[in-house]
Design a binder for this molecule. Sequence first.
Ligand code: PGA
Ligand code: MG
Length: 233
Amino acid sequence: MTSNSPPRPSPDAPFDIVGFDLDGTLLDTSGDLAAAVNHALASVGRAPLGVAQVKPMIGGGARRMLAQGMAATGGCDEATLDVLHRRLLDHYEAHIADLTQPYPGVLDALDTLAAQGARLAVVTNKLEGLARKLLGALDLTGRFACIIGGDTMGPGNAKPSPKPIYEMLARCGGGTAAFVGDSIFDIEAGKAADLPTIACSFGFLMQPVAELGADAVIDGYDELIPTLERLAR
Ligand SMILES: O=C(O)COP(=O)(O)O
Ligand SMILES: [Mg+2]
């Protein structure tokens, strides 16, 4: 091993690399994302959506979320969607961590995995710049060996493509890995990259968690490490 090789895990780490989705998995971003959707909707005279209505629209990027919000309130053409998407992103960037918090137990679980020697990564469908800004605002950036966004691998290469997952494995220096997420895109991307997958029942869930096809489901972060240990056996 050369002096600039990545740190090797201690024998305690269930996987060398643990990858996480961001929205609905590490962070409850639903309040700030719903506010950004509603800002865009209000600008064209649409009624606001409740946070519970917006949650299942999250996970495939902001444009898809907004398209669903517009569809739910009367429809939208592509040119209007382009304008409103920019408006949504500007509002979101200005209010990126007003309401957003890590889910209970996230920090303890990340601390434990890091102390065991695992390398931690974020693979989100958020634009990479916004993911970095949000993680920075919450003082979480330093916990992750890499942060990969929906635009990092270029157009058409966001989750459910396995490409951002392969990129995570490469940037983390390779090794055994598992992926944790809350949407079908996370589970499909993880499976396509041949990783064990864990679904978060507390996430934004586009469909019932049991239908995601994950290898395991956690109901809270106290279950993460025992679940990783079970999957690693
Ligand atoms: O849809 C988004 O903008 C991001 O969602 P993700 O972090 O759950 O991939
Ligand atoms: Mg998500």
